[in-house]
Write a protein that binds this ligand. Structure first.
Ligand code: NG1
Ligand code: ZN
Length: 545
């Protein structure tokens, strides 16, 4: 009964290295790939249990996103395409860390606590990125599902957001779309082409975009999409995985953190470019100017342009819907100032991690959420979607209102509301720029970023840092926040905060100020404070200049 014998036998083929302890963090489990086989098998088990509990299809994505090729990881996807609910993250951690002999007992505990009906059918969708370790690790997930008698569908190589999309389509019985890659491409590209029709006289230059695929899955998938886009968008894809190494000196994380061009991309001044991360759930834009200076348009700039576009459309459509932008503490101070004071939209700040932003965005009719690193999307409430639909079908409105309603409808269709999606976000940005007849430089001048710097500090146990106020204040260790406050006072327009990373064994330091020199100096001084007060290990942080 209940396949326990099978689980017991099969788990022996995916043994846990004794003593290894891993945590289900901000983005699931993530570490060096050779430590993950047992985790994958066990997440196959957990996904099966979650499917039985929710009576819905659950997703399992094997990826380590922007981490180096040698790492891997796994995230579970809940029925509506959302991240696994936090109340189950604890089970994931328990199941991952229980020693081999205790596996059945731990699993039975979860079954009992959640009152799971083991006779219920289970369905699990599995996807993987292009890492060399992903093939065998996703097989371990499938083995876990099978051992517990669940059904699985292996989507093979897909981007993280594509897997989220499939799960949502499946559980909404096709209302969100059909759970196939082909239909994902056709839904998005049709919406793009309808939006692009509203752009007048686009030149070939305006239609052209350079894409850095981070040598990952995004490059493969955007190429698959290309044929659907016909002549509406002309892509030059760099770092497509044919030569370079995944995320190595390329990709959205590299570009955002280093604030420079990825290697492997050939562009002219003024060319519009974007970078995806390793699993294509993040995107950032950039260009170089005539002097060769690099200009980054990150998640904050993306959120600003999207919310401006939507707010204008709501006005034109005469729809009274509440729109908000959700950010984290990493959002550039200039973006928050511009959104609140010039655009007059509601801005919310949450803890780092998309699930927090997603949750906050759901509170509004339209919630635009983006992390500064380029991970984000837009959520429309059911009511907002209905109002827009009604307007589209209303025969008693003038042409301007009708046009705005149609644009809103196609905007909904181009967006992957389940999670940040580099391909969908790229199409949305390209459509908005085309409709507004805006160059990347014009978009960039909407507001000027405050110079900023992100650093990492190694400490013996990063959990000594506890934070409050959406991570903007360090509550422990004693004296750290006071030290940061004192340092911030030395600089103009300055802000700084520190937090333990949820994906790496480091403390992250963020600083911004009126000049790059000041931002760099402040980040360095705060790093020293962390090193001194939070148990720094290794060499003391060195100044940047
Ligand atoms: P951590 O390592 O917790 O800072 C990073 C990103 C998050 C989020 C996760 C998941 C920064 C500063 N942090 O988390 O925003 O995207 O990875 O991928 O960018
Ligand atoms: Zn990612």
């Amino acid at each position: 009964m209940a396949h326990f014998k099978e689980v017991n036998e099969q788990s022996g083929l995916h043994p846990k290295p004794a003593g290894l302890v891993l945590q289900y963090g901000t983005a699931g489990f993530r570490t060096s790939a050779n430590q993950l086989d047992h985790i994958m098998f066990r997440m196959g088990l957990l996904a099966t249990l979650r499917s039985k509990k929710t009576k819905a299809t659950i997703g399992v994505m094997v990826t380590a996103s922007h981490n180096p090729e040698e790492d891997n990881g796994v995230k579970l996807v809940d029925p509506m395409g959302e991240m696994l609910t936090s109340s189950w993250e604890g089970y994931a951690t328990q199941l991952a860390n229980t020693e081999q002999e205790e596996l059945l007992t731990t699993m039975k505990d979860i079954i009992e606590k959640e009152a799971i009906d083991m006779s219920q059918e289970a369905n699990v969708f599995v996807g993987k990125d292009t890492r060399s370790s992903s093939a065998s690790l996703s097989q371990a997930v499938l083995d876990g599902v099978k051992a517990l008698g669940g059904h699985s569908k292996d989507y093979g190589l897909v981007t993280t957001p594509q897997l989220h999309y499939m799960v949502c389509c499946q559980n909404t019985q096709g209302k969100y779309g059909e759970a196939t890659l082909e239909r994902y491409y056709s839904k998005l590209s049709q919406a793009f082409s309808l939006l692009a029709k509203n752009a007048s006289n686009r030149t070939d230059d305006q239609k052209h975009l350079s894409v850095d695929g981070a040598n990952g899955i995004g490059a493969i998938k955007v190429r698959e999409m290309e044929s659907h886009l016909k002549k509406d968008l002309q892509l030059s894809i760099f770092n497509d995985g044919s030569r370079g190494k995944l995320n190595h000196q390329c990709g959205a994380d590299f570009v955002k953190v280093q604030q420079k061009l990825p290697t492997g991309i050939k562009i002219n001044p003024g060319d519009r470019c974007c970078s995806f991360d390793g699993d294509a759930d993040r995107i950032v834009y950039y260009y170089t100017d005539a002097q060769g200076h690099f200009h980054l348009l990150d998640g904050d700039k993306i959120a600003t342009l999207i919310s401006t576009f939507l707010k204008e459309l709501l006005n034109e459509a005469g729809l009274d819907l509440k729109i908000a932008v959700v950010q984290t503490a990493y959002a550039n101070g200039s973006s928050t100032y511009y959104l609140e004071n010039t655009m007059k939209v509601i801005v919310r700040c949450t803890k780092t991690g998309v699930k927090h932003l997603h949750h906050a965005a759901k509170e509004f009719d339209i919630g635009v959420y983006f992390e500064a690193n380029g991970h984000g999307t837009v959520l429309f409430s059911e009511e907002a979607e209905e109002k827009i639909q009604q307007l589209v079908h209303n025969t008693n409105i003038n042409d301007e209102r009708k046009k705005a309603a149609l644009l809103l409808q196609n905007t909904i269709n181009i967006i992957n509301q389940t999670v940040g999606d580099a391909i969908s976000d790229m199409l949305l940005m390209e459509a908005i720029l085309a409709i507004k007849g805006m160059t990347v430089q014009q978009w960039d001048t909407i507001y000027s970023d405050l110079p900023n710097r992100q650093l990492k500090v190694k400490v013996s146990d990063r959990r000594v840092i506890e934070t409050a106020d959406a991570e903007r204040k360090a509550v422990t260790p004693a004296g750290l926040q006071e030290a940061i406050d004192g340092l911030v006072k030395k600089y103009k327009q300055a802000r700084s905060f520190v937090r333990p990373s949820g994906t790496e064994d480091v403390v992250r330091v963020y600083a911004e100020a009126d000049t790059q020199e000041s931002a760099d100096a402040l980040a360095h001084e705060v790093s020293l404070a962390v090193y001194g007060l939070a148990g720094g290990v290794g060499d003391e942080p060195k100044p940047l200049h």
